[in-house]
Write a new protein. Sequence first.
Lengths: 150, 104
Amino acid sequence: MRENTNEMELIFDSRSENEGFARVAVAAFMTQLNPTLEEVADVKTAVSEAVTNAVIHGYRQEVHKIWIRCRMNRHALEIEVRDQGQGIENIEKAMQPMYTTRPELDRSGMGFAFMEAFMDELEVESEPGKGTIVRMKKKIGQGRDGWTLQ
Amino acid sequence: MKYQIEENCLTIFLPKELDHHQTEVIRREADRQIERNHVKYVIFDFGETSFMDSSGIGVMMGRYRKLSLTGGEVWAANLNERMKKILKMSGAAKIIRIYEEERK
C-alpha cells in the first residue's frame, strides 16, 4: 500500500442501467483531485465506454459482475474495469477504430478510440475465455493550480 | 422516447445522457417510427443532452445507414460545444449534418 494513494473498488451487475451509476461513482470519487469539468466529463466518457464493452461484449448482455477499481494520488487517476466474460481474441484488431464484432447492434466500433482520446494511457489485457481488464490513467487536477496563464 | 413527427420528418429529443442504455430504446422506437411513417429525415435534437459516448454515435450512424438507402438524411441540432466536439472527433460529422442556429 503506497502512501498518499486513495483507492476504491466497486462491484456491480452488468446491466446497462448501471452504466450511468458507474460514471457517477467514478466522477464522485475523483472530486477530491479538484478536477475541471472537462476532466470529469472525459473520465465519465471513458468509464462509460469500458463498462459498456463489458456489458455488450464481455458478457454479451447476460448479467454477471463488473469490477471497477480506482486509485488516485495527488495528480493522477488510475481506473481498472474488469469483467470475467468471453475475452478478446485479437486485442489489436479490437482497438482499431470502427472495428466491431457486433454491427447488428449499431455499435460504432469506437469504444477504445474514445477511451484513448479521453484518457492519457490505455492498456488492455484479455484472453478468450479469461475475461478482460481495461486499465486507464489520466493526470487530473489542472484546476488545482489556481490561476494559470495559458 | 421523446419525439415528434411532421410528415416524413422525425425529430428525436435526446435524453440528458446518451449512452448504450438509452440508445437501446431509441434504436427500437426510432426504427418503428421510421417504418410506420415512411420517414426520410431524422433530426437528433441535443437540446437537453450533456453527455454522449460512442453509443450515441452508433445510434445516429445506424439510422443514417437505414435512411441513406432511400436518399434520406440525418441531422443533429442544438448541440453544446462538447457534443459538437465529440461528433466531429468521431468522424461522424462528415455524415451526420449539424444544424446550426444561424441557418434558420
